[in-house]
Design a protein around this ligand. Sequence first.
Ligand code: NAD
Ligand code: IPM
Ligand code: MG
Length: 356
Amino acid sequence: MNKQIALIRGDGIGPEIVAEAVKVLDRVAERFGHTFSYTEVLAGGCAIDATGHPLPQDSIEKCKMSDSVLLGAVGGPKWDQLDGSLRPEKALLGIRSALGLFSNIRPARLFAPLAHACPLRPDIVAGGLDLVIVRELIGGVYFGERDTVLKNGEKYAYDTMGYAEHEIERIGRVAFEMARKRRKKVTSVDKANVLDSSRLWREVMHRLREEYPDVEYSDMLVDNTAMQLVRNPGQFDVIVTENMFGDILSDEASMITGSIGMIPSSSLGEGTRGMYEPIHGSAPDIVGKDIANPVATILSAAMMLRYSFNLPEESDAVESAVSQVLEEGYRTADIMSEGCTLLSCSEMGERIAALV
Ligand SMILES: NC(=O)c1ccc[n+]([C@@H]2O[C@H](COP(=O)([O-])OP(=O)(O)OC[C@H]3O[C@@H](n4cnc5c(N)ncnc54)[C@H](O)[C@@H]3O)[C@@H](O)[C@H]2O)c1
Ligand SMILES: CC(C)[C@H](C(=O)O)[C@@H](O)C(=O)O
Ligand SMILES: [Mg+2]
């Protein structure tokens, strides 16, 4: 199989972790007889430095011409003072929106050898942990009307959260379909006790659940969900929620798996072209030290193989290689514990690639 992959290395640790995912993809290509070629795409802070814009038009075109996109991370303190629309993070939102990637899947799975790295009490995670957050990605407050105006002699800024029925329905469907392939349980997370957009969210979800009588469904308020994720994460199978709630809850869920460096994500729309990225950011505090955990990016590449290229065997091979490395006691600094062997970012990538 021949595939063209747009590589957005981005900022901070982005280039370090993407390099490791490419090593793994190259090994997959070699072992299974595929050809993966890469197009370098500028986005984020590095694009601002090179072109004055976080997402040049040419970068969007390159993504559209590729079979899929692999992204490291964008942003960092160097660009923090920039105005909203010129910030590196706008590149992410721009690509997600330009490619119509409304469905963001963030699986939080506790690998058995990392149980010790989980900050929760051992009895809470005794049964393991395997949940998926289905996050709506191109609507809600990130994309609503916003402005900063003068009001009563001072600055007043606002961002608005809104959803149309069809936007809720299509992400709801993704969650129900996913639950059918898993433990058949959907928790829809909202703030329907306060927000109109959440009340519409709940109404549409309730309509949808009639079509999926085989799936157990419940509503949960987002503040309670934040608490329940720590109290009893095993109760969740598929969580479906709006854009910003999903952003926050997925960072929380990542910590239960030991580190934010472990959680991959896929972003898809109607077609098979997607964007794949770790859920973490550019980690400016550890950049250039070769100590970042590349596993989230490598697992994102595995999701690309499965969801965009329909290569489940290849995807399984990458996920098994990650499990095996952890079982053999190899760790990056963020998940390190006594008796284990500490690896750098690049050593971890090489070891995983060698096991594919
Ligand atoms: N997808 C993205 O590109 C993305 C996502 C989140 C944040 N950001 C941006 O990244 C910048 C930094 O954000 P932040 O500090 O709030 O969040 P962050 O996720 O970059 O870092 C939070 C903490 O987690 C650690 N961490 C993150 N990834 C790690 C990895 N792979 N291995 C080991 N440790 C890791 C960091 O060292 C830091 O201590 C900001 O500019 C933010 O906007 C980008
Ligand atoms: C950087 C930011 C725009 C982004 C988001 O909030 O979607 C990030 O936090 C993420 O989780 O992918
Ligand atoms: Mg986030």
